[in-house]
Design a protein around this ligand. Structure first.
Ligand code: HAM
Length: 429
């Protein structure tokens, strides 16, 4: 074992059972995105670091981005998130695209973080974004996409909640406290750390950024004021629209949610598991009305979110909601090989059955039939075929049901239909 080169810290190997979970998530994400009329897109995995320097925030750029120099001495980043790429792609084609624009994507991202439960250095994100609308109803559509996804994978409102706040509302409160606008970024970071730091460390951080104890008390009160949203016309409209979309049970106001990325300007989202034993967010997102201009485009409002695969899979696993037995059935049919003379005819038979739409693998060499059947059982095949010299001479195939152990001789031309019926019967029983 010690001779095997170890994988990099914070990366994951996807054995077939693990890959099956990713494929299943991707499929659900596709279905939900398409049910809201979103179009799939993707960008490069490599980007120049300046793209994120535009507005993602210092932590992401200076601490978390994987950056390296290419042979031409350019600084290259493995994408830590998609939103700046999306903004650039829209800006490049801004006059030719139709708005509102609804795009979604699924793919890998990289951040240099300390690996821990629900967090690694290489992870997947589902991104969903809506550009060209600046209404609270557009924000509500985002919440509905998240909620319908949760419904689809079996997560109820008792198990997950989407938390909402609004940065404009928080800003207005900070102004009332006479906190200078230049301090806004630091205060947002302070609020973002409320859940992540112990009380004493949090207060020390507040002192570090120069808050008086009176200001700190007011901020504490603000992040606990459950009724503050009523002062925000945007949030009042947002919650009404969420009800109209039928997902009100999944959504709640949470005055302490602010999110870490600098480009958010209005409503922000975060989803949390209520019952599962994990505190990290399932997803994060928000409204970003200045990002298009920040990457060089014309001003264009946008809102979106990204859901990672890791916390989601942990929550689904803990609640017993991951699909079982996936990734273990590569082929329904194993074509066995009887002897040297029938090896190639068996290969031809496997091609015929595949052509007829069956999933078929062919045993690669002559072996005792018992051993071949055992292999079929191990890889999860339900049916095996036998093509010996007699069958070959008579244009017949022996088809064996590996569960009932029953074997029947059928004409070669009818074998595919016979097997399909057998499989149908097996899957419906
Ligand atoms: P974010 O809040 O940085 O937002 O990340 C969104 C989600 O990605 C997180 O809630 C988490 O599920 C997952 N994630 C992030 N970092 C890691 C990690 N190191 N390991 C595992 N999962 C992770 C964004 O990325 C924004 N670009 C989202 C967005 C789209 N905003 C508007 N549109």
């Amino acid at each position: 074992m010690t001779d095997i080169i170890q994988p990099l810290r914070g990366t994951r190997d996807f054995y077939p059972e693990d890959q099956a979970v990713i494929s299943w998530l991707y499929e659900n994400m596709r279905q939900v995105s398409e049910s809201f009329g979103y179009q799939e897109f993707d960008g490069p995995f490599l980007e120049p670091i300046e793209l994120y320097a535009a507005k993602s925030g210092e932590e992401l750029v200076k601490e978390q981005a994987f950056v390296f120099e290419d042979r031409g001495r350019n600084l290259i980043t493995l994408r830590p998130e998609l939103t700046p790429t999306l903004a650039r792609m829209v800006a490049q084609q801004q006059q030719h695209l139709h708005y509102p624009l609804r795009w979604w994507s699924f793919g890998p991202f990289w951040r240099y973080e300390s690996p821990q439960k629900g967090r690694s250095r290489e992870f997947f994100q589902w991104n969903v974004d809506l550009l060209g609308l600046d209404s609270p109803e557009a924000d509500a559509e985002m919440a509905a996409v998240m909620a319908v996804f949760f419904q689809q994978v079996g997560l109820s409102p008792d198990q997950v909640q989407i938390m909402i706040n609004n940065r404009r509302l928080v800003d207005a409160q900070l102004q009332k406290l006479e906190i200078p606008p230049r301090k806004q970024g630091e205060i947002f970071r302070l609020i973002d750390k409320r859940d992540k730091l112990e009380d004493a460390a949090w207060e020390a951080y507040a002192e570090e950024i120069g808050l008086t104890s009176k200001q700190l008390d007011s901020i504490k009160a603000m992040v606990e004021d459950e009724a503050l949203w009523e002062e925000s016309e945007e949030l009042v409209r947002f919650f009404r629209a969420v009800e109209a979309l039928g997902v009100g049970d999944y959504v709640q106001y949470a005055p302490h949610i602010i999110r870490g990325l600098d480009y958010y300007t209005g409503t922000v989202f975060e989803a949390q598991a209520v019952t599962a034993d994990i505190s990290r967010a399932l997803l994060g997102g928000g409204r970003y009305d200045n990002l298009l201009a920040d990457v060089g485009g014309d001003p264009l409002p946008g809102v979106g979110f990204a859901m990672g695969d890791m916390v989601l899979a942990i929550v689904l696993e803990e609640l017993g909601l991951l699909p079982e037995g996936r990734g273990v059935t590569p082929a329904d049919v194993l074509v066995t090989v009887f002897d040297e003379a029938t090896l190639l005819p068996s290969y031809s038979l496997s091609a015929e059955l595949r052509q007829a739409g069956l999933k078929v693998s062919c045993y690669p060499e002559v072996q005792k039939l018992g051993k071949q059947f055992k292999h079929a059982g191990r890889i999860g095949s339900r049916v095996a075929t036998i093509l010996g010299p007699d069958e070959l001479a008579n244009g017949m195939i022996a088809v064996k049901d590996l569960e009932s152990r029953k074997q029947e001789l059928v004409p070669r031309g009818e074998a595919a239909d016979f097997i399909k019926k057998l499989l149908d019967k097996a899957s419906s029983s």
